[in-house]
Write a new protein. Structure first.
Length: 496
């Protein structure tokens, strides 16, 4: 008994997982387990392992930017300090965006943990654009004038790219997939905050760095002044610049090379576009959310091996009936009809029957060795009706062999003679792909469409949330992407 507390249930599951996976030494059994909390726990564990990768990514980007934003290995014209400050600006902008969205009440989710990787790439790119624009400005001008020229050119470039990114993500947030919606809110806000960090703080850092150079101060150690005799020239092109200007660009402009490039691009776009359109599927392998050594991954692999499906071969689903008058003949007849229709669906395994409290209760009540309530049955002898129904049902549920149905019937806490919800469960056949899973969802949802009961019954399974994603993801992606492309086209037309 958990008193209706989800926290207590999750704590109990945690104890069970620890017992099975760590504490108990199974010598003759190969035990694999899955619980409700397993996916969230393993996703969090996977994200924690990615933190190490995130640290490596930030370190590599700092090192790369430090050696390429300025002149490599130059104590005067290097920009190691600028690169480190830029990464700090990116991290600060991302954290500020996260805090802003949390203040607005947008839930934080595990998917948002990929954003630091995106932000470091986009942020460093903006730094390169601004730095290149600043270096191309006339060094004979004053620093405010050089910064003005940089903003007029490079500033416009990063403004347009940030605006297109943000607008595309905001259109993406119109999706019905809530996790994607929240991710788009966080991503759009993060891009905007990082952008403002670059046109304010990073612009100031570029100015300070220029003053350091003019004062012949060393990079990363501004207290050390470089003697004028050791002053280096900034005009010398880097090896990469020389490659693009002297080798790559002339080669690319040859007529034959132009034709080959266009042919390869059109061919690759056609072939791979066709493959993407015909081979892409909407299935999602849940094991991809787990680490390589996760107990949940072993569970999925074993279920796939033994039953042909990660859900162990069968997905349970239930017919839920709300607060209706269960003692009436018409109500019980409608419940029986709905169960028969549900079992007749092609994606439901009729051979397994149903976990059906009403069918067993009716048989028990009509049995002289059971409840022996046959005298209270309807004239046609089908159902127990009238005032005896609820007391007989409570007696039925109290018997040891039928106690398994106690979780299938919920009585009112204020009136124990009123049933506020009941369920009858069946199992699907093996659902091998997304298309058949969607068929299963649509078929079961159609079962109760013409029901005469009020409130209307419904059929639901824990897996239907995934099947519904399979159903809507393609039109959602097409719609959001179409709006985003139109918006980006308009922005580029206006600003470019």
């Amino acid at each position: 008994e958990f008193g209706g507390s989800a926290d207590e249930l999750l704590e109990f599951e945690s104890l069970v997982l620890d017992l099975v996976n760590d504490d108990f030494n199974f010598q003759t059994l190969d035990v694999h387990i899955q619980t409700i909390r397993s996916i969230d726990d393993e996703l969090a564990a996977s994200a924690n392992e990615d933190f190490f990768l995130m640290t490596i990514a930030f370190t590599i980007m700092i090192g790369f930017a430090a050696n390429t934003l300025g002149k490599p290995c130059s104590s005067l014209y290097g920009r190691t300090l600028v690169a480190n400050v830029d990464v700090a600006i990116i991290m600060t902008g991302g954290l500020a965006a996260f805090g802003f969205q949390m203040y607005l009440g947008v839930p934080f989710q595990q998917l948002n943990l990929v954003l630091p990787f995106l932000l470091i790439g986009v942020g460093i790119d903006s730094a390169y654009v601004l730095t290149a624009g600043f270096d191309r400005s006339d060094p004979s001008k004053s620093l405010p004038d050089r910064l003005y020229d940089t903003g007029a050119g490079s500033g416009m470039s990063i403004t347009v790219t940030t605006l297109t990114n943000a607008v595309a993500l905001l259109f993406g947030s119109t999706t019905k997939l809530q996790a994607v919606e929240w991710f788009c809110y966080y991503a759009a806000t993060s891009f905007i905050f990082v952008y403002f960090g670059h046109i304010t703080a990073f612009a100031a850092v570029l100015t300070l760095d220029a003053e350091r150079r003019n004062s012949l101060r060393a990079d990363c150690c501004v207290c050390r002044k470089i003697p004028e005799s050791k002053n280096e020239s900034l005009n010398k092109e880097s090896p990469l610049q020389k490659f693009f200007s002297d080798t790559y660009a002339p080669f690319l402009m040859r007529p034959l090379v132009k034709s080959v490039v266009i042919g390869v691009f059109v061919g690759a776009a056609s072939i791979f576009g066709y493959l993407a359109a015909t081979e892409i599927t909407t299935e999602f392998d849940l094991s991809l959310l787990t680490t390589d050594t996760s107990y949940l991954r072993f569970y999925y692999e074993k279920a796939e091996e033994l039953f042909g499906s990660a859900d162990a071969g069968r997905v349970p689903t239930s017919l839920f009936v709300g607060q209706v008058n269960y003692s009436e003949y018409e109500t019980q007849a409608e419940i029986r009809r709905l169960v028969d229709v549900l079992l007749s669906q092609p994606t439901v395994d009729e051979s397994l029957g149903a976990e059906d409290w009403h069918l067993d209760f009716t048989a028990w009540a009509n049995d002289t060795n059971g409840g022996n309530y046959s005298q209270f049955f309807s004239e046609d002898g089908k159902y127990l009706v009238g005032a005896t129904f609820i007391p007989a049902l409570q007696e039925f549920l109290a018997e040891f062999v039928f106690q398994r149905f106690q979780d299938d019937i919920v009585f009112s806490t204020t009136d124990p003679d009123v049933i506020i919800m009941s369920r009858i469960s069946v199992q699907h056949v093996l659902l091998p792909n997304a298309e058949i899973s969607v068929d299963a969802l649509l078929e079961t949802q159609s079962v109760t469409e013409d029901s005469t009961l009020e409130p209307s019954p419904f059929v639901v399974s824990f897996a239907y949330q995934f099947y519904d994603q399979f159903r809507i993801i393609v039109p959602e992606v097409v719609t959001s992407l179409s709006f985003a492309l139109v918006a980006v086209f308009v922005i580029c037309t206006v600003f470019l």
